[in-house]
Ligand binder design. Structure first.
Ligand code: ADP
Length: 217
């Protein structure tokens, strides 16, 4: 079982803890506020109240055994940076950090953390994408103009084969997976008949996906 440490148990850190736990991981939570730790402790494997800028205190957590450490110390830039330096000194390799400003981002990049996260901006982009493509449930950018989207099939497309549907797209599209209730059909054949409410994961370029998503969803 992989172990993750989440430092800073505000709304973002707490949500990350719960999801990491739900995904079957061992989760350790850290926050300087005792009250916050007490709220989280029953949902994860271990939670402790300590100052995450204190390297000696962090060392006691056996933190280097973790697959990754997520630093979610909100607005306190100084604490966030000191915590990252302590994690680096302890030899933690995978450090993901929530940034609160451009300056914070720049410093974290220079420190060589694995990933800098901007939750508000990233969520804003996701919401805008969903507003723009309401028929698309999930939307993932793969690079080089390729995307992966999840479309929930509507009544009109029910009973048609994937081949019939996909040939109407303006460009090449591949169906990667069909999810029907609890069943998952990977690499479905072109003859696969889709039902209403099936979730279809499609891969292709945006223009082509857009043309088909409008017909499917
Ligand atoms: P969010 O927007 O996710 O709610 P917050 O800024 O409210 O973010 O949460 C950040 C958390 O980080 C708080 O619970 C705070 O107590 C914690 N925190 C701040 N400084 C430290 C520190 N030096 N050590 C450990 N936890 C800290």
């Amino acid at each position: 079982m992989a172990q993750f440490v989440v430092i800073g148990l505000g709304r973002f850190g707490f949500a990350a803890c719960l999801e990491l736990k739900r995904l079957g991981n061992k989760v350790i939570g850290v926050d300087s506020r005792e009250r916050v730790v007490n709220q989280v402790v029953e949902h994860i494997d271990y939670a402790t109240s300590l100052d995450a800028t204190d390297e000696t205190a962090l060392r006691q957590l056996d933190i280097t055994r973790s697959k990754a450490v997520l630093v979610a110390i909100g607005e306190n830039l100084e604490a966030s940076i000191l915590c990252v330096l302590s994690l680096k000194n302890l030899g933690v390799e995978q450090i993901w950090v929530k940034a609160s400003s451009e300056a914070h981002h720049t410093i974290l990049s220079r420190l060589g953390v694995t990933r800098v996260i901007h939750p508000e901006e990233e969520m804003g982009i996701k919401v805008a994408q969903t507003l723009n493509y309401p028929m698309v449930n999930q939307y993932m950018q793969l690079g080089h103009g390729f995307y992966m989207v999840e479309v929930i099939v509507n009544k009109l497309s029910c009973g048609q084969s994937l081949a019939t549907l996909l040939k109407r797209a303006k460009g090449e599209i591949k169906a990667v997976l069909v999810q029907r209730g609890k069943a998952c059909y990977t690499n479905p054949a072109e003859s696969f008949l889709i039902n209403e409410d099936d979730k279809v994961i499609l891969n292709g370029q945006l223009k082509a996906l857009n043309s088909i998503a409008l017909k499917l969803g």
